[in-house]
Structure formats: structure tokens, C-alpha cells
Design a protein around this ligand. Sequence first.
Ligand SMILES: Nc1nc2c(ncn2[C@@H]2O[C@H](COP(=O)(O)OP(=O)(O)OP(=O)(O)O)[C@@H](O)[C@H]2O)c(=O)[nH]1
Ligand SMILES: [Mg+2]
Length: 348
Amino acid sequence: MTSIPTSLEKLGWSNDFAAQIGADERALVPLRLSGVERSRATGLGEAGAITLQFPPDLSAGSVAVGDWVLAEPETARICRVLDRRSLLTRKAAGTEVRTQLIAANVDTLFIVSSCNADFNPARLERYVALALDAGVAPVIVLTKADLAADVTDFLSRARAISPHVAAAVALNAKSPEAVAALEGWCGPGQTVAFAGSSGVGKSTLVNAMTGLAIATQGVREDDAKGRHTTTARALHPVPGGGMVIDMPGMRELALIDASEGIAELFDDIEALAATCRFRDCAHEREPGCAINAAVAAGTLNAARLGRWQKLRREDEATALSKAEARRKGRTFARMVKSAKQDKTRSRE
Ligand SMILES: Nc1nc2c(ncn2[C@@H]2O[C@H](COP(=O)(O)OP(=O)(O)OP(=O)(O)O)[C@@H](O)[C@H]2O)c(=O)[nH]1
Ligand SMILES: [Mg+2]
């Protein structure tokens, strides 16, 4: 394993974090979470890697890899999570509408896809919206360029996703040149994270950047699908400066509270929609619909329009379910409160 940097700056510490430490917190130790498990976490700090315990009022679900925390040196117990520079989240799997934290204090999200059957604009758009919503720069990384017949076609389709994609690069993750292609985004003080489906080469790239030997695995030939080799998110130092987060492959990415990211991703369509004759235009058969006119004129891709509508509908449905859950929660809390009052009264 590569040695862990000893200075906090090398781990991504900056003045924004230092400024948050109160006068009564000077005895606490700042640590950056490099791994989070159900009942404990690993923190990197000046003394190296430490196993940290959660206090009763903080669960593993409220922190993420990349977070900065303050911990008690004697007990190794986390006292407080420092305000984040950025936070990547998604809707947790399952029917309940719940936010799951993915990674914190990330500067650039490398959205990885292979130049093969894995390439899917709808999926890439979700990752881009997620990054934009969190104020993280999205960079699309197309791997397995060595196996593709026409890499430029994949690159142009990736660039067409949104003008807000910071860059799209194609590479062979196993070649010695791969690191140089990504170096521009990862330097001292920077944190980058790799996200994407299983088997696209995230860990292969993390290994190339860090000199580690994280397990990587072959892909099924028939459908280009990976097998979920990486099972937990982990933060690693890059010897030349910066930190990198490897993540398990995501089967699907459901967004939550990402309406700003979706609007930014599709801001050209949003601007067009604002010029429709009717403010509540559904872009179906209304007269004066600027969206339909653009599709008819060939300046707006109908499939991309469909994906914008789908993401917006999904986002609205999630927001509604969340509001409903909150309302039910409040009703339940009121019921409990009034039941308690009734009990007290009946004793009086
Ligand atoms: N030829 C070629 N093979 C690659 C490339 N990138 C990754 N691979 C291979 O693809 C397989 C999967 O790579 P991993 O790095 O394990 O993929 P991953 O994205 O980390 O997968 P999960 O951990 O399951 O999410 C490995 O056998 C890699 O050697 C590439 O650019 N070209
Ligand atoms: Mg992996």
C-alpha cells in the first residue's frame, strides 16, 4: 500500500475547513474519512489511518467518504462532521424516498463508461445532472478505446450530452498514458471520484493513479456487463498530489433533489421552453410551442427531449413522495404527542 500523506493539506484540507473549528474544539483531531462501514469509519490524518467510532447521534448514513470530521483523540469517537464543499447524493434503492450520501468534498466527478454496449446517453446524463447539482465538475471518461472501432463517434456522442460537461476523454485504462489523460484534474488539494457501471475500469484507473493494487476483474463477453468487483467506496492518496475516490459500480442511478442539476444539464431546452406561447405549455400539441418547432426544424433531438421530460417527471414524483412522507411523519408525530397528552390527562 502507498504511504498515507502526513500533512492535512495533502489530504485536501483547506482554510474553509480550518475556519470551522471553534475555540472549544482545538483539542479535537481533524480526519478525512477514507472508508465508511455500518458501525465504524476509517479516518486519515496527521497520524495516519485511524478507526473511528460513531457517537450515538451520528450514523454511518449521515457521513460519506471524503468527509472531514473532528474526533476525540482518546476515544477515536467522531464529534462533528465539518460543512462540506460539495456532496454527491442519490435516491437510495427501495420504495421509501431516502437520500443516500455517495461522496463528499469532491471537485471533479469522472463519469466512466466503456466504448461498448455500456455507453448509454440517458445513464451518462444522470451522472452529469448529479455532478452539476452538487457543484462538482463532470468529466466523461470513455474507457476501452483500444477495443472500439470508432472512438471519435463515442466521443462526439459524449460531448453532445451537455455544454456543461467539462470534458470528454477516451483512453485505454490499462495503458501507461491513461494517467496523463486525467492528470489535469487531479493535483494537490484536489479530490476526484470515479463513478459508473460495473466493469468499466474505475478501479483500473484508480490503480494507475495511485500505484495501488485494488482488485479488478474481467467482464462477461456477451453483454459487456461487469460483476461488481469493488464493493465499498474508498478514498486514496495520489502520490503526485490529490485524492481519488473509487466506487462500486452502480446498477442504476436514481436522482433526488437534483432539479437544479437537471435544469443546468438541459438549460438549452429550458431556455427554449421559456419562449413557448403558453407558460404552462406541455410541449405536446399546443400552438406556439417552441420545443416542437425546434424538433420539427431539426435543431433539437427528439430523443434528448424525451430524456429531459422523463428526468423532470421522475424528479417531480420523487419530490412529491418526499413531501408526502414528511406530511405523514408530521401527522404521526402529532398523533404520538396527542396520545401522550391523553395518557397524562387520564392519570390526572
Ligand atoms: N482492454 C481494456 N480493458 C480494460 C480497460 N479498462 C478496464 N479494463 C478491464 O475491464 C475489467 C474491469 O475493470 P475494473 O477496473 O475492475 O472495473 P470497475 O469499474 O472497477 O468495476 P466494479 O468495481 O465492478 O465497479 C478488468 O479486467 C480491466 O482490466 C480498457 O480501457 N481497456
Ligand atoms: Mg472497481
